[in-house]
Ligand binder design. Sequence first.
Ligand SMILES: [Zn+2]
Length: 165
Amino acid sequence: MGLFDALFRSSEILGIAEETLEFALESSEETHPNEYMGFLRGTEADRLDLDRDGLVITDVLVVPGTETNSVSATVKTNQIPNDVKALGSIHSHPNGVIKPSNADLDTFGRGSVHIIIGAPYRRTDWKAFDSQGKPATLNVIDVDLPDTEDFFDFTQADIDEELRR
Ligand SMILES: [Zn+2]
């Protein structure tokens, strides 16, 4: 399968990589009492040696310029790079309430899965929601993540090359 197909195939979200979830929980704890906030990116399941079609959430992109305080994390949308295709978002609630706020609901329309992590950030202190803010099932998948170095290194030149074939 070429890069072109990988980019344009419509994909189901199969779940989140265990390592990625653990990373987000740890980051939320480190950020406490401020909010942790990022966007979720995925990897094609077949690149993770899973014999399935779809995407696994493998990456949290923390947006530069996110202003955090103990009340809310505000993302300046003009600082999100255009080439980022986010599957959804992830953020923490230092007050421990794992429920979308009204402000969260306003932003959930972008992307299809939204994770909220609550203090005290244990392995079970998170929930996934859909774009309407309704609880959603998100599997945790134990996969080996490839070396990030070459993995997310798609450039426009790679894409152009693929389109020329
Ligand atoms: Zn929130």
